[in-house]
Design a protein around this ligand. Sequence first.
Ligand code: ATP
Length: 255
Amino acid sequence: MHGIRAERIEKRLGGNDVLRGMDIDVRPGEILSILGSSGSGKSTLLRCLNLLTIPDRGDIWIHGEKLAIRAASQHGGPAAILDQRQVRKARASVGMVFQSFNLWPHKTALENVTEGPVLIKGLRRNAAADLGHHYLAKVGLSGKADSYPHHLSGGQQQRVAIARALAMEPRVLLFDEPTSALDPELVGEVLRVMAALAGEGRTMVIVTHEMAFAREVSTRAAFMHRGLIEEESPPRQFFFSPVSSRLRGFLASHR
Ligand SMILES: Nc1ncnc2c1ncn2[C@@H]1O[C@H](COP(=O)(O)OP(=O)(O)OP(=O)(O)O)[C@@H](O)[C@H]1O
């Protein structure tokens, strides 16, 4: 079991301090839901956790192993001199599922899932295909291995994207509003897959506006405001006895 921890993460984008010294500690097997208004920095935080975006400052540990961000950023342009092995390692060990699926349109579901294991992990095609079939079955898509994305519903495409993340056998899974782009009737099938993964004791960080899901599935919920976590607690306390008036207002407006 693996966790992820970040300390004092700062990120400035387009002249805005988007993350202002964020701390986050997701212990092995925890399901952390992150809620917050649009623009509070939720996506940027997730992207920093797997180095899709390089933080300006701060430290990140994946399963206890520290990524060398601070050392790099002290010597000038952080992105320019960051150790590329660290970046590859972070991306391989922290899987990410995006709002917009991001599947390759000209590859089948199976090819979408096996591409990472083949190209990044060097798996042979046959072994990768076995792995791909395994994870497609896990997300309920055994019969869709040869389908192209445009023949799949949004919910099915998102489940392929989840299988693709799982096939890299990551230590931590990040979800960035995974159901926001879906028609309402397709949301449930994706949430059910995510709930099943949560039940397996995986470590997951989920940015979501699905209040009922966050309340029922997370082990902890966090409320972000202007680049910081303003309140964080187990779901029962978070949703039923929020402390800050801002979180109370947010929850009232998202009922
Ligand atoms: N590449 C960028 N360049 C400039 N500004 C950016 C960039 N990416 C994000 N921002 C700004 O940073 C702020 C936080 O963005 P972010 O996407 O992290 O917020 P969010 O909480 O995920 O919002 P949402 O719920 O709308 O997705 C926003 O004001 C956004 O406009």
